[in-house]
Design a protein around this ligand. Structure first.
Ligand code: PGA
Length: 248
């Protein structure tokens, strides 16, 4: 399984900055994506332009979100169909910022994932515990509660894709510079690697870590045998930092 590096630009890069990032670094990005899957997730407004620019390259485009509805009167929403039409290959769902600021519930996440699979877009499902959960030893319980209903819903669907990407992103680690201890991370990922196939036995599972991934911690993180990639926020808006994480 190729390691996957997903750049979650959030609302940090403007339209122009997103275009410049690709144009300025196109050749190097191409090289980086020879041995790894590199996915850039700009804001909606830059998706189509970037997808067109990267069409014949090996660099993939991802969305940061999509609507839970297929079509209709949903002002401000973007459908999975539209994402597919412009060449989006991945879409983040259940990100803690969406859960926190836009009430992204488990029910919404399930609807989004079904639509994404239908339109042949890879969902990147984010899960993670709060700092309170961590210190109260609730991490495994929280992760199981977040994952189980979603995995059961996926198992009930007819889906040819049969692969799932799950990004473990502890909330207390996002944007803070703090990451879990290596041994703690091995335990959590081992738990996820065991849990997911109990519900989706015929799926291939790709597990990602997200939360303050930087060039100076990526080497340690890569030693975790369960981790197959990273979801990278702040460090992904700086090409030097992003490429160092990939090369390291
Ligand atoms: P961060 O964000 O790398 O800035 O911590 C990660 C994320 O929110 O996906």
């Amino acid at each position: 399984m190729k390691y996957i590096y997903i750049a979650n630009w959030k609302m940090n890069l403007s339209f122009t900055q997103s275009i410049d990032f690709c144009e300025d670094n196109f050749i190097l990005l191409q090289e980086l994506s020879n041995n790894a899957t590199v996915v850039l997730c700009p804001s909606f407004v830059a998706l189509a332009s970037l997808a067109t620019k990267l069409k014949n390259s090996s660099i993939a485009i991802g969305a940061q979100n999509c609507s839970e509805y297929e079509t209709g009167a949903y002002t401000g929403e973007v459908s999975a169909l539209s994402l597919a039409q412009v060449g989006t290959a991945y879409c983040i769902v259940g990100h803690s910022e969406q859960r926190m600021y836009h009430n992204e519930t488990t029910e919404k996440i399930i609807k989004k994932i079904k639509l994404l699979y239908h339109y042949n877009i890879n969902p990147v499902l984010c899960i993670g515990e709060t700092y309170d959960d961590l210190i109260n030893n609730q991490t495994h319980t929280v992760l199981a509660n977040q994952l189980t209903p979603i995995l059961i819903a996926i198992a009930q669907e007819k889906n040819d894709k049969k692969n799932i990407i799950v990004a473990y992103e502890p909330l207390w680690s996002i944007g803070t510079g703090m990451i879990p201890e290596p041994q703690q991370l091995v335990t959590i990922f081992a738990y996820l690697a065991q849990l997911i196939p109990t519900i989706l036995p015929d799926y291939s599972v790709q597990l990602l870590y997200g939360g303050s991934v930087q060039k100076n911690n990526s080497v340690t993180l890569k030693k975790n045998p369960y981790i197959n990639g990273f979801l990278i926020g702040n460090a992904s808006i700086n090409f030097k930092e992003f490429s160092a994480i990939i090369i390291n």
